[in-house]
Design a binder for this molecule. Structure first.
Ligand code: SF4
Ligand code: SF4
Length: 135
């Protein structure tokens, strides 16, 4: 069954509430406090991040991380040609630091959309059954 289609804005609101609100570089109210010259990859590459998370479906985090490296880190100016990243190794990349929370937020939206669809079907079925006259 198809999950509900969310907009990027919907995804950002949920991710920001889960991640930016807790981020050590945030102000605790979902606002980013990185200075003007700095840019968090979570914001800068958000569309690709959502696409990447939605392309994976597993209970393990490793496949999500592999796709993140392939689709996002590979294009990031902070990653070296050998695949290393100084920001990552110093825990200075908000995206990498909180990536499990990002995955949890996005997948959680999909799961609740599917559950709501099933709930609607059950309710519809119940209504239909109630409307059928008893023999
Ligand atoms: S550094 Fe990234 S994760 Fe942290 S508050 Fe800013 S945008 Fe959000
Ligand atoms: S971990 Fe490094 S390469 Fe990957 S998005 Fe963050 S800064 Fe860029």
């Amino acid at each position: 069954m198809d999950a509900k289609q969310y907009s990027l804005d919907d995804y950002w609101q949920v991710v920001s509430a889960k991640v930016c609100a807790k981020c050590i570089d945030g102000d605790g109210r979902e606002n980013c406090r990185l200075s003007a010259g700095e840019e968090c990859a979570l914001k800068a590459r958000f569309p690709k991040i959502v696409e990447t998370v939605l392309s994976v479906k597993t209970d393990r985090m490793e496949p999500y991380i592999q796709e993140l490296r392939k689709n996002v880190c590979r294009l990031c100016i902070d990653q070296s040609p050998d695949g290393t990243c100084i920001l990552r190794s110093h825990l200075d990349c908000g995206l990498d630091r909180y990536f499990p929370l990002v995955v949890e937020a996005i997948e959680g939206m999909q799961d609740s959309a599917v559950n709501n669809s099933w709930r609607r079907i059950v309710i519809c079925t119940r209504d239909y059954t109630t409307d059928v006259p008893l023999a």
